[in-house]
Each structure stands twice: as C-alpha cells, then as structure tokens.
Design a protein around this ligand. Structure first.
Ligand code: C2E
Ligand code: CA
Ligand code: CA
Ligand code: CA
Length: 278
C-alpha cells in the first residue's frame, strides 16, 4: 500500500479521514457515554511538602468506551472541548468532585478538590454563576475548590477571560495555572492574573533528575511563584529524589506517581483510609 509518492511509511499513519471519523464518533457518543456510566472521575492525591500531609486531590476524567476501551483524556477531551459539550463535561466532573468534598467534610476531613477547566468555560459568562450554585447546592466552602486552567488557555484571550476569572476569584475558589512553563507567557504577566496557585508542568519535574536545564526551570518557577505570593505545586513527582529536590527548593505541594496514580473513587477512599489511619 504505497502512496502515490511511493512513501511506504505513510501506510502506518492513520489517515486524516480516520482521525476525523474517530473524533466525530467520540463527540457524538459523549453525551450518551455520560448517561450510561462509561465516564467516571478518578482522583490523584496532592500532598504538602515537607510534611507529606494529604491536602486534596485532582479530579481527572476517564472514559471506558465499549468499542475502543479505555480512552486517554488527551484524546477525547480536546474533541469534546471543540464542541459545545465542554460545559457538560466540566459540570459532570465538578458535580462528582463536590459530592466527594462534601462526603469528606462529613467525615471530618478537610480536603480540597481540583477540577480542570477548558478555555471554553471562560468564554461562558454564566459559568461563575453555575459554580457558585454548585458550591451552594453541595454546601462546600469555595476555598475547597480549585479550578485549573492551562497556561496557554488562560493567556489566549485575556481581555475576554479576565472578567470571568475575576468573578470566579471573587467567589473564593482557588485559581491555578496548570502546565506552567510550557506556554509563551512572560512571567510578569502572571502578576496581572487573579491566580493563587501555579502548577509546574510535569515535563520539567520528570526531567529534573537528568537535565540541569529542567532543574533550573523548576527552581526559578518556585522562586517566581513565591515572590508573587502563589502556592507552587509540582506534578509528575515520580521518585524520592525528585521529592527531596523539591523540598530543598521550598516547593509547597507535590503530586505524582510517587504518592499515587489517579485512582477510582473507591480505590481513592481505600488509599485515604490506609494513609490517614496510622
Ligand atoms: P493535567 O491536568 O496536566 O493532568 C495531569 C496528568 O498527568 C494526568 O494525566 C495524570 O494522570 C498525569 N500524571 C500524574 N502524575 C504523574 C506522574 O508522576 N508521571 C507522569 N508521567 N504522569 C503523571 P491524565 O489523567 O491522562 O490527563 C491528561 C490531561 O487531560 C490532563 O492533564 C488535563 O489537561 C486533561 N483532563 C483530564 N481530566 C479533565 C477534565 O475533567 N476536564 C478537562 N477539561 N480536562 C481534563
Ligand atoms: Ca490539571
Ligand atoms: Ca498539568
Ligand atoms: Ca497536560
């Protein structure tokens, strides 16, 4: 199956048509997937440094597709984001996450939950009102909800997004800039955003052990974040060495496979029990 140019390598790459078709299928099936229980939320713990105390978890969406199997959110989230369905996705994850926070509070555990937003959520003027209503409905203090926005997302159209960010911030929820270091924003620009937390992109944290450049990036984000009064979170913490280096730099929070992979609701609860009852 050589192409007209005679290049055989192209045979192993899915055609644009195939990619488009699968994306189309995912988008058209997503709503039904939500309704039939194929979509769930996993939780990955965040710990304070240096104490290692569990302070909360990030909510991460999962889709078990009847035909394609376990789908990577990096594949279906962008497809869903490109449609009007993103508010359905965000609403679903936030709803689940706030139910969890409420249950933890009822057991005397004050843990926060982080929910990933899409830029599309910021383009929606009613979004802050819906967040406020959801917090009220579940009787969850706003400070226990963190909303994560990617650096590239939040910088894409500041004039449009800033009013919505300000309204979210005024509710008292915590705003975090995700994947920090991967975008093109100037560091000084962070100062103008109403954010409370910066998450160092995992690529730098993963590279820290072998690459002095990555180490320098991590160190400077920790310093910059602190000089702006932000909480600094490192994701992608996979080993003791990385954690120890982050402690040495004064990083506030760690998340990564060293602590735990993202876990289903039940498994997260079991993890939490084993961890807190000592
Ligand atoms: P993210 O927000 O940067 O989430 C962190 C990703 O890093 C997760 O991938 C997590 O499983 C992975 N990770 C955590 N610790 C480690 C580690 O120690 N090493 C390595 N190599 N990876 C680690 P996941 O769950 O596959 O999610 C991928 C992306 O999909 C997320 O990146 C986020 O951008 C998006 N996403 C996930 N859930 C949602 C959601 O509910 N809404 C939206 N809008 N996006 C979501
Ligand atoms: Ca995130
Ligand atoms: Ca991230
Ligand atoms: Ca990411």
């Amino acid at each position: 199956r050589a192409t007209s140019t005679g290049d055989p390598v192209k045979c192993y790459v899915p055609s644009m048509g195939q990619i488009f078709l699968r994306r189309f299928q995912l988008v058209t099936q997503f709503r039904q997937a939500l309704e039939t229980g194929q979509v769930s939320v996993h939780y990955q713990p965040k710990i304070a440094l240096p104490s290692r105390q569990v302070i909360g978890a990030e909510a991460l969406v999962r889709w078990r597709h009847p035909e394609f199997g376990r789908l990577d959110p990096d594949e279906f989230v962008p497809a869903v984001e490109a449609t009007g369905l993103v508010d359905v996705l965000t609403g679903f994850v936030m709803e689940r996450a706030l139910i969890r926070v409420r249950q933890w509070l009822d057991r005397g555990l004050r843990l926060s939950v982080s929910v990933n937003l899409s830029v599309r959520n910021l383009a929606d003027e009613d979004f802050p009102t819906r967040v406020a209503a959801a917090l009220e409905r579940h009787d969850v203090p706003p400070s226990l909800l963190t909303l994560e926005l990617t650096e590239s997302g939040v910088m894409s159209d500041p004039e449009r997004d800033l009013p919505v960010l300000r309204r979210l911030h005024a509710l008292g929820v915590v705003l975090a800039v995700d994947d920090f270091g991967t975008g093109y924003s100037s560091l000084a620009y962070l100062r103008q955003l109403p954010v409370d937390e910066v998450k160092i992109d995992k690529s730098f944290v993963l590279g820290m052990g072998t690459d002095l450049g990555d180490m320098a990036v991590v160190r400077s984000i920790v310093e910059l974040g602190h000089s702006l009064g932000l909480t600094v979170v490192a994701e992608g913490v996979e080993d003791d060495a990385a954690r120890d280096q982050l402690v040495g730099m004064g990083c506030d929070v760690a998340q990564g496979y060293l602590i735990s992979r993202p876990l289903s609701e039940d498994r997260f609860e079991a993890w939490l029990r084993a961890r807190t009852v000592q």
